[in-house]
Design a protein around this ligand. Structure first.
Ligand code: ZN
Length: 359
């Protein structure tokens, strides 16, 4: 009954055909998948595994680390450093890149990851995930910090694992976005969602509305129109979703469409957005584009953004193409002064005193 199913390794052999360094890249992705299976087994144990809760430390972002963050990070480092495939690795949990230990050979890829995205969700038994990105390092010398600072369009592979009711691995090497489900009995990822395609239109949006007072006017405009539903500008009703787990939000959008926003806000000008460019936004943007969607900062295609720091943050708006492009247009109209809505200091909403609304 298992015959004829496409396993991850079988899939990679055909999918990587024609890509430079195909054998090494395939082997690296299989190592990542092995780490993901181990992390999946730990998260699935829940409280019985003793992995929930915090450790007595904070990471580079000043966040308290969950035990699972630390274990997932070590799992990925150990799974991928020994095989002569990576030249170095960088992680959300580490201040600086992790060099390949001297006893191992260095390869020609850089692996960048968020080992456990949404880790605080593990305590309440909500889906968490691992996000990763593979870049090239075609230099003889070991990578310096600057070698990691590549725009998302230079990624050779990107993906995430989601640890939900089922564990899935969603992957792209620039030939579409494909989903695999972990068969726990045989320990293999099986291709179950080939060629994921995000519908161009949607009626679902996801945003953290507790930040509404910090949003820029174009985001207010979009959300207000969605909320107005059938009686408003859009002429149809929208639903809102918010799981507060990037991987879970993106997975929903890849499967059934929608738009997700963690936009630039006015809280802290030094942090233009909340998500990290290198190991969250860039890999997710590649997966979304490869599935026919669009990913933007609101003002620029996400895959074009050139990182200036390892842990740089960036505004993220992604999902169904027509919706994301509409939000980009609202930003452009606002920036060029075509649409300068009055923002009430009391309610921080678009007021009715817009010329077209006076009629
Ligand atoms: Zn994360």
């Amino acid at each position: 009954m298992h015959l004829g199913r496409t396993t991850l390794s079988k899939f990679l052999i055909t999918q990587l055909d024609g890509i430079e360094g195909a054998r090494e890249l395939g082997a690296l992705l299989v190592d990542v998948a092995a780490a993901v299976k181990a992390i999946s087994a730990m998260t699935a144990k829940g409280a019985l595994g003793g992995f929930l809760g915090k450790v007595d430390a904070t990471n580079v972002h000043g966040e308290t680390q969950a035990k699972l963050d630390v274990i997932a990070n070590d799992t990925l480092l150990r799974a991928c450093e020994w095989g002569g495939l990576v030249a170095g690795m960088a992680s959300e949990e580490l201040d600086d890149p992790h060099p390949v230990p001297a006893e191992f050979a260095r390869g020609r890829f850089l692996l960048v990851f968020d080992p456990l995205d949404g880790s605080s969700n593990a305590d309440v038994n909500v889906s968490v995930g691992t996000i990763f990105s593979v870049l090239r390092h075609d230099h003889a010398e070991p990578p310096a910090l600057e070698h990691y600072l590549q725009p998302g369009r230079q990624q050779v592979a990107a993906g995430y694992a989601i640890y939900g009711p089922a564990t899935m691995l969603v992957l792209t090497v620039g030939k579409g976005t494909h989903g695999f489900t972990l068969d726990r009995e045989i320990g293999n990822f099986i291709l179950t969602h080939p060629n994921l395609t995000i519908p161009a239109e949607t009626a679902e949006f996801a945003i953290n509305t507790s930040n509404a007072r910090f949003w820029e006017p174009p985001v207010h405009r979009y959300v207000t129109e969605c909320q107005a539903g059938r009686s408003g500008e859009r002429g149809r009703d929208f639903n809102m979703r918010w799981i507060a787990s990037l991987v879970a939000e993106v997975h929903r959008i890849l499967v059934r469409g929608g738009v997700f926003m963690y936009p630039r806000d006015t809280r802290d000008p030094s942090k233009p957005g909340r998500l990290r460019l290198l190991y969250e936004a860039s890999p997710i943007a590649m997966l979304v584009e490869q599935a026919g969607g669009w990913a933007s900062t609101g003002r620029e295609r996400l895959l074009q953004v050139v990182p200036s720091a390892l842990h740089q943050r960036v505004p993220v708006i992604l999902g169904s193409q027509a919706e994301v492009q509409r939000i980009e247009r609202y930003h452009a109209e606002f920036d060029s002064g075509v649409d300068q809505p009055y923002v009430s200091p009391l309610f921080n909403e678009r007021s009715l005193f817009r010329p077209e609304a006076r009629l």
